[in-house]
Design a protein around this ligand. Structure first.
Ligand code: CP3
Length: 345
């Protein structure tokens, strides 16, 4: 008899297994709060050079797992490598975030979907390298940005508090917007399938700007493109495990989970625990949802809330995580303590 394959607790939870203690990872776990990340980062010029260097990206992917007892590595890359690979150049300005030349309705023809996967080859090589370096019980998470979230950067040219440029574009130029979403859906399906083939165990769809949308726009711009990606991916790879993270979905989160077919949903920190535990289907995996600023502040407020989250989701598939990305000011000692609290009590 061949030995049982080593179980990956985090992957098993995505697939519906209930554990005594939730497996955990930390959103944006490789990043500026780690001195060893800042050291690597200082050696490269542009942030995207780091994303496109398989050797360095593998190193920073593994850094958080060397320090903390986490159950997953997440590929080090960015959601904006996709517009970059489509030919809309992305720059990261220090202190300002990403900057793109805003996409115009007549500019879609300049995008080069046929070149995208080739340009993303270094990222796929990182996946392969990480996979071979990772202990068998660790889950490797791949990802991409969801079409609406990526489109908000492509259209607005940068992050904005209300995504007004993209919201107006979608309303005034519905055909151009639909064509853009088609490109992003198709590219994301091919890109995620390639990540699975390179060694990813599960993928997360980052819909970080599922905010500021009325219910019609939410269905059209968030649910429908995410559903198409899950469906397209499973046509290529049946049963591909997917986590959706529709940040800000609020009362639409149940509908998002039901209609997209994701295995698990990431909860942002504003989702009330009793609402999530009481209204979402008991077999749906839940991931989250500590406020990252509780982790910055630390102490009893953090520990009590972390325990409350674990206890609210006990008896159902739950992956402990933050409700959004870890911030650079986070003290490492607080992360160590959080892992102890979640894993040990
Ligand atoms: O461990 C990991 O999760 C690292 C991989 C990762 C990064 N970005 C690295 C990164 C992942 C999964 C992302 C996702 C991402 N990127 C999202 C979705 C998640 C979220 O936070 O909502 C979004 C919206 C982006 C776009 C983006 N990238 C912005 C707005 C910025 C600037 C602001 C910021 O958060 O720093 C980035 C830059 C970025 N991406 C950094 C890192 C480590 C910092 C840049 C640097 O080190 O110079």
């Amino acid at each position: 008899m061949s030995p049982a394959p080593t179980e990956k607790p985090l992957l098993a939870t995505v697939l519906g297994k209930v554990q005594d203690r939730p497996p955990m990872w930390i959103m944006r776990q490789a990043g500026r709060y780690l001195p060893e990340y800042r050291e690597v980062r200082a050696k490269v010029g542009d942030f995207l050079d780091l994303c496109y260097s398989p050797r360095l990206a593998t190193e920073v992917t593994l850094q958080p797992l060397r320090r903390f007892d986490l159950d997953a590595a997440i590929l080090f890359s960015d959601i904006l490598v996709v517009p970059d690979a489509l030919g809309q150049k992305v720059r990261f300005e220090t202190g300002e975030g990403p900057v793109l030349e805003p996409l115009q309705p007549d500019g879609l023809g300049a995008l080069q979907p046929e070149k995208a996967l080739e340009r993303l080859a270094p990222v796929l090589e990182t996946v392969t390298r990480v996979k071979s370096a990772l202990a068998p019980e660790k889950t490797l998470i791949g990802f991409c940005g969801s079409p609406w979230t990526v489109a908000t950067y492509m259209i607005g040219g940068r992050g904005s508090p209300d995504q007004a440029a993209a919201r107006l574009f979608a309303l005034r130029e519905p055909e151009a917007f639909a064509a853009l979403v088609d490109v992003l859906v198709d590219t994301s399906i091919a890109y995620l399938a390639a990540q699975f083939r390179a060694g990813a165990d599960v993928v997360q769809l980052f819909e970080s700007w599922a905010l500021n949308l009325d219910d019609i726009a939410f269905v059209e711009r968030v649910i429908e493109p995410n559903r198409r990606i899950v469906e397209g991916l499973r046509r290529l790879l049946p049963d591909a495990p997917v986590i959706g993270f529709p940040r800000g979905a609020a009362g639409m989160i149940g509908k998002y989970a039901e209609m997209t077919g994701v295995n698990a949903v990431g909860l942002d920190y504003a989702v009330p625990l009793q609402f999530a535990a009481g209204t979402l289907p008991p077999t749906l995996g839940l991931q989250g949802n500590l406020d990252p600023l509780r982790l910055v502040a630390g102490g009893p407020q953090m520990e009590d809330r972390a325990r409350a989250i674990v206890s609210a989701f006990r008896g159902r598939p739950h992956i402990f995580n933050l409700g959004h990305g870890i911030v650079p000011e986070t003290p490492i000692a607080h992360v160590e303590r959080l892992v102890e609290v979640v894993k040990g009590g």
